[in-house]
Design a protein around this ligand. Structure first.
Ligand code: UDP
Ligand code: MG
Length: 314
């Protein structure tokens, strides 16, 4: 039995050696075959050089290096497409996903009842309160409006058996939202809670705006509800307009015409104009996604690797 650990790395020169030491310490004790599959996501620092050195020193180290930064989602996808293990895990490079959990994950999978072991943060320590608040709102909303189950505090850190990995590879959509994809493919998942820790070295690649956009993407990729909201707005507005029309006609018949109320009319026009633009915006979001999907571009392009039979593009 072989374990593949996929590690997306973007400017991780500081954290990479620490991760390698820690992961190797745990994995070498586990008495099974393993590979550490690093995906260098277009780093601008010495990450790739370190990977070359590590791969010469240790045959367990495999790496793919992208031709530019394609994002963590693309890096994970490249990892899935190239991992050869029976069990495949995804881990961040910053040791926020403790390798010490790996033996327990393997044990749970071996028992046979579960196809995947996922991790969930118990707490959000070391995170700005406003970020936590938005995160919680996001999970509450998306679980209501989407058919993929997405757990609050779920990390990308999880270990899966081959059939689930193959299912994920089959999901070739360009707009990838892994938390949704993992939920969508189904399979029995065991949730392993653990305490959140801060990254060991280097800086996080996320800022508040980036996370906000990521959340919106998540909603759009896994739910059609915003489109329904737009339609319902339209229906509601038409109904109101119809009632108003009847009111005006009746008033004209009873009280005659009076040129008054132009201010309120302008308000209503501006309000409705705003609503129309809002709804067009929602539709635009989906059209933009469709545009990216139909172009059918590769998710990633590999410019260097030490794998023997790599999928250089997909
Ligand atoms: N990462 C990546 N490509 C990117 C951004 C991040 O491969 O464009 C990797 C990064 O190297 C790390 C993991 O994704 O291994 C998680 O990133 P980070 O720790 O910055 O996110 P956070 O833990 O703060 O959510
Ligand atoms: Mg991190």
């Amino acid at each position: 039995m072989k374990i593949s650990i996929i590690v997306p790395c973007f400017n991780e020169e500081e954290a990479l050696p620490l991760f390698y030491d820690e992961a190797t310490k745990v994995l070498s004790k586990m008495k099974c075959e393993y590979e550490l599959l690093f995906v260098n996501d277009g780093s601008k620092d010495r990450t790739l050089k370190l990977l070359r050195v590590l791969s010469k020193k240790d045959t367990h180290v495999q790496y793919l290096s992208f031709s530019r930064n394609f994002g963590k989602e693309a890096a994970m996808y490249a990892g899935f497409c190239n991992a050869s293990g029976d069990y495949v895990a995804v881990m961040d490079c910053d040791l926020q996903d403790p390798p010490a959990l790996l033996p327990e994950m393997v044990k749970i999978l071996r028992e046979g009842k579960y196809d995947s072991v996922a991790t969930r943060r118990e707490n959000r320590d070391g995170e700005p309160p406003i970020r936590s608040w938005f995160a919680r709102r996001f999970y509450a909303i998306i679980n209501r409006i989407s058919d993929a189950e997405i757990k609050d505090g779920a990390r990308d850190f999880r270990m899966m058996k081959r059939p689930m990995v193959d299912a994920i590879i089959e999901m070739t959509e360009y707009n990838r939202f892994s938390k949704g994809i993992f939920g969508w493919v189904g399979f029995e998942t065991y949730w392993l809670p653990y305490k959140n820790t801060e990254r060991v070295a280097g800086k996080t690649k996320w800022n508040f705006w980036g996370l906000f956009k990521y959340a919106i993407d998540g909603v759009i990729n896994f739910s059609q509800s915003p489109l329904n909201i737009a339609s319902w707005f339209g229906v509601l507005m038409t109904f109101f307009a119809f009632c108003a029309l009847i009111f005006i006609v009746v008033r004209y018949l009873i009280a005659g015409d009076a040129v008054a109320g132009w201010a309120s009319t302008v308000c209503i026009i501006v309000f409705i104009g705003g609503l129309i633009l809002f709804c067009l915006g929602i539709i635009g979001q989906y059209v933009a996604k469709i545009y990216l999907e139909v172009k059918n571009r590769p998710h990633y392009i590999v410019s260097e690797t030490n794998l023997r039979k790599p999928k250089l593009m997909k």
